[in-house]
Design a protein around this ligand. Structure first.
Ligand code: ZN
Length: 400
């Protein structure tokens, strides 16, 4: 029987859907309560202990080589050292992927194959353990493994599409995007150990509240909990909401710990400076961290109409960035040259003016204190609402 790619994906989705309840007696997520890793550059074994029998699904992603283990929603009660990368693996991440699923991403230096992937009951009766054996293989062998699994697609793509309420007629929709989430923690505060994904989510809530006080504005979140969203999913969610503006929020770290203040980014092919280029490169890694397979751009991108729309949108993005900078001036610490640009993939919507706002840097002590301060967050959110108001005024004056 020959199945279309879509049908195959549906079948896979069904398999996962049917499989999930095995591990989810009741609504409580699985608990991964222990883990260990052993081996060398040729063979490595990873063991994860669960309280119940996990249904899992393994696949590979290339460039860099990654082994992805998809699980039902799991809470990871692991110590960082339990799954510290070693042997064939250079990095191991785990966390929520949203829509009731979790993921472990094992990044390898060289091509690997999983030779054993098994769930066994724990001898002491404490649940089940998942055993994965990975072995170095040739590039050719890995290419075959990748090809053989093509039909399954990535599990992320089987996530049910979000059902989004259409915006009320006449309202100006602002999509607020809390950077990072789930398996992708983002930066980590040097003093508080606060994760960027939590800083951005807390701030996003504040911003939505401030924007919704503006008459005629409806603010929506791309994510409202600790879940992973790929960069294209963030853009897509904004567009589904009929967003007129897209604001992505971040609070990254820099090697230069003395640098502080807010920065507003717009998209461009060429970065304005090194700092902007490095930051965009790091932000664009988000999908890799989560093991989302790279999908090539749709052919329509080359379309001349899209190109024109893009240029027009770009002008509006720049206006918004300027409005934010002038609203912040004298009120909020700004980096020097606070409007910068670089190739951020999350700012790619051809038809939605978009900015990425670095609220401050978690690598700077003073900034870190402010970023976790609810009073400061409210002040910044209010100033952003003023900036959006200013942008709208300008856009109306310019006939936009
Ligand atoms: Zn970030």
């Amino acid at each position: 029987m020959i199945l279309s790619a879509t049908m195959r994906r549906c079948l896979l989705g069904l398999f996962l859907l049917c499989g999930a309840p095995v591990a989810q007696a009741g609504d409580t997520p699985l608990l991964a309560y222990g883990a260990r890793i052993a081996g060398d550059d040729a063979r490595t074994r990873v063991v994860i202990d669960f309280d119940r029998k996990p249904v899992f699904f393994v696949h590979y992603v290339a460039n860099p080589t990654r082994v992805i283990v998809d699980l039902p929603e799991t809470s990871f009660g692991l110590k960082p050292e339990d799954l510290k990368a070693r042997g064939v693996f250079t990095e191991i991440r785990y966390g929520a992927m949203g829509a009731g699923s979790s993921r472990v991403v094992l990044t390898a230096k060289k091509p690997v194959a999983i030779t054993v992937a098994d769930v066994k009951p724990d001898e002491a009766g404490k649940g089940f353990r998942l055993v994965l054996d990975a072995e170095r293989v040739t590039e050719d062998r890995f290419a075959v493994l990748l090809k053989e699994q093509q039909w399954t697609g990535s599990v992320a793509s089987t996530k049910t599409a979000r059902v989004v309420e259409p915006p009320a007629a006449g309202s100006f929709v602002v999509a607020v995007d809390a950077g990072h989430g789930g398996i992708d923690t983002g930066a980590i505060g040097s003093e508080t150990k606060m994760e960027e994904k939590s800083v951005t989510l807390a701030f996003a809530g504040e911003l939505v509240a401030a924007l919704n006080k503006e008459s005629g504005v409806k603010a929506v979140l791309t994510r409202d909990k600790d879940e992973f969203l790929s960069l294209p999913e963030r853009v897509q969610t904004a567009r589904q909401h009929g967003a007129n503006l897209f604001i992505s929020l971040h609070a990254d770290t820099l090697k230069q710990r003395d640098i502080r203040g807010a920065t507003v980014y717009t998209i461009s092919d060429k970065a304005s400076d090194h700092l902007a280029a490095n930051l965009a490169e790091r932000e664009n890694l988000s999908d890799e961290i989560a093991g989302v397979a790279f999908k090539s751009e749709p052919a329509e991108v080359a379309d001349i109409l899209i190109d024109l729309t893009r240029r027009e949108t770009q002008a509006f993005s720049v206006n918004l960035a300027r409005s934010v900078v002038s609203s912040f001036e004298g009120q909020i610490n700004l980096i020097n040259n606070p409007h910068r640009h670089a190739g951020f993939r999350v700012l790619q919507a051809p038809d939605v003016p978009s900015i990425l706002l670095e609220l401050g840097f978690l690598s700077n002590k003073e900034d870190e204190k402010l970023l976790v301060d609810p009073v400061w967050r409210r002040k910044v959110a209010d100033l952003l609402a003023v900036a959006v108001r200013g942008y709208r005024g300008g856009a109306v004056a310019n006939g936009g």
